[in-house]
Design a protein around this ligand. Structure first.
Ligand SMILES: Cc1cc2nc3c(=O)[nH]c(=O)nc-3n(C[C@H](O)[C@H](O)[C@H](O)COP(=O)(O)OP(=O)(O)OC[C@H]3O[C@@H](n4cnc5c(N)ncnc54)[C@H](O)[C@@H]3O)c2cc1C
Length: 455
């Protein structure tokens, strides 16, 4: 079997892999990116294509070029929630405009940019196994149309997405790498890109509505006549017929009369807290392969870009110092946890709580709250409401107080959880103690909500 050697092997050419590989190449190291798809199909990924206003991408690629080429709608001002039962709509304004992208072009530009920065990209390479010696990952075995190649490296960055097979191959028994991962912590999602004849009136909003399976259905306008429509369900709930459900909803909406479906794709995404540790000697997992995804919205693009960049920075430093042990790569874990990791873990607590209520009850509460009260509560907390509004809120939510009190208690735990994540250890020594403190909070939330343990 032919063998090739690099400083770093990156597996997967999505957002996380391209940002990781670009960062390594930009630092002057030799990096190969192995992508199982063909060159013409790489970058074609199932996604809702929406990017939140405040999200920033690491400054390693040409961000202006990425925007010019692929950000087709940069005027997303509202998240609009539709209640299918009452047909009421709630619009929550964003502090800063968000965007919807042409996801395929976005993926292609990231690969183009990686190549420009010096990444050696190999398409049609399906990574099947890892090389591991005395616990340290030293490379991968890959197959291209049946021809096997060994790629040796100081570091392997696993950016192979939510269903990464690398994690089935690495022996993590001597490392801190998070192995408490189960498909029930994932969401199964499907989306279509639909072209409509006339401009939609919600081209400045991303539109959501809840579904019974505790997922949501969405309409995200790429342009005023090109809509990304999709839905997903939590895999701890009974399976949902995604295609049929979407078709039914699309048919019920007048704006989709005579519409054409121009693309369809489905995938799983990790709607769980980020991995407690995403490193092992010579190895780091990034993007969906380590779950830096908002578990409520499924938004994973910005987290994948940042995680890829930070893991690459840790790898570069490790290689320069001749040390790619867990200790040496640990800073990557800490950056994720003390940045968006704490927020995503807190959101995970609300998901666990919400999973014990049915969607009618949850939409009932949202409908009962006066729209402005909800916006105020989301922005400033109840302290920002006037006394009259507070009393009105109490009156309208009568019948839901027990549920709201449960939510309040979960909220208190979420605040505590954020503080624990801010205190993520500086090296692997403090890891088990930290985990025990964190797990106590989860136990309290299981007790408050009556939910089965998620982890
Ligand atoms: C339906 C859906 C809607 C979504 N909507 C949004 C949204 O609106 N906004 C948002 O921010 N996020 C959204 N997400 C999440 C977002 O798409 C992901 O979080 C993000 O794409 C993760 O990037 P990644 O690079 O980690 O993984 P991916 O983009 O999945 O890339 C992984 C790459 O690895 C390759 N690969 C896998 N296995 C191998 C192997 N063995 N060998 C070689 N290559 C391999 C794959 O071909 C792929 O190119 C959505 C996800 C889904 C499924």
């Amino acid at each position: 079997m032919p063998t090739e050697s690099f400083d770093v092997v990156v597996v997967g050419g999505g957002t996380a892999g391209t940002f990781a590989a670009s960062t390594v190449a930009d630092a002057g190291l030799d990096v190969v990116l192995l992508e199982r798809k063909s060159e013409s199909n790489a970058g074609h990924i199932a996604c809702g294509d929406a990017i939140k206003g405040k999200s920033t991408f690491p400054d390693v690629i040409d961000r202006e070029y990425l925007k010019d080429e692929s950000f087709t709608n940069e005027n997303i001002q509202y998240a609009r929630f539709e209640n299918p039962q009452t047909e009421e709509t709630l619009e929550i304004p964003f502090e800063e405009a968000g965007a919807v992208v042409d996801r395929r072009r976005y993926g292609e530009v990231l690969l183009e940019e990686s190549e420009r920065l010096g990444v050696d990209i190999r398409y049609n390479q399906v990574v099947q196994d890892v090389i591991q010696e005395k616990g340290q990952v030293k490379g991968v075995h890959s197959s291209q149309n049946g021809d096997q190649t060994t790629f040796e490296a100081e570091m392997v960055i696993d950016a192979a997405g939510a269903m990464s097979i690398l994690q089935d191959q690495v022996d993590f028994s001597e490392s801190t790498f998070d192995t408490k991962v189960h498909f029930q912590q994932f969401c199964s999602a499907y989306r279509e890109v639909i072209e409509v004849e006339d401009p939609v009136e919600y081209d400045d909003s991303i539109v959501f509505m809840p579904t019974a399976e505790l997922g949501y259905l969405w309409y995200f306008p790429r342009t005023e006549t090109m809509i990304n429509a999709g839905l997903g369900f939590q895999m701890n709930k009974p399976p949902m017929k995604l295609v049929d459900h979407l078709k039914k909803d699309v048919r019920s909406r007048s704006e989709f009369e005579n519409a054409k479906v121009i693309d369809k794709l489905g995938a799983a995404l990790p709607t769980r807290r980020p991995y407690d540790s995403a490193v092992a000697p010579g190895y780091a997992a990034v993007g969906d392969a380590a779950a830096p995804v908002n578990p409520a919205t499924g938004g994973g693009i910005p987290g994948a870009a940042k995680a890829g960049h930070w893991a690459a920075e840790a790898a570069i430093k490790g290689i320069e110092n001749g040390d790619v042990s867990e200790d040496a790569l640990w800073e990557y874990n800490r950056k994720v946890m003390t940045d968006f990791g704490k927020r995503f873990a807190a959101i995970d607590l609300y998901n666990i709580w919400a999973g014990t209520h049915n969607v009618d009850e949850l939409t009932g509460i949202v409908t009962a709250l006066p729209g402005q009260a909800l916006i105020d509560a989301l922005g400033k907390g109840a302290a920002g409401m006037s006394l009259g509004l507070k009393l009105d809120t109490l009156r309208r939510t009568f019948g839901h107080w027990k549920t709201l009190f449960g939510l309040y208690r979960v909220h208190q735990q979420a605040l505590k959880l954020k503080a624990v994540y801010d205190d993520y250890p500086r090296d692997p020594d403090g890891f088990e103690d930290w985990r025990a403190r964190r797990d106590e909070i989860y136990d309290t939330v299981y007790e408050i909500s009556g939910a089965d343990p998620k982890y």
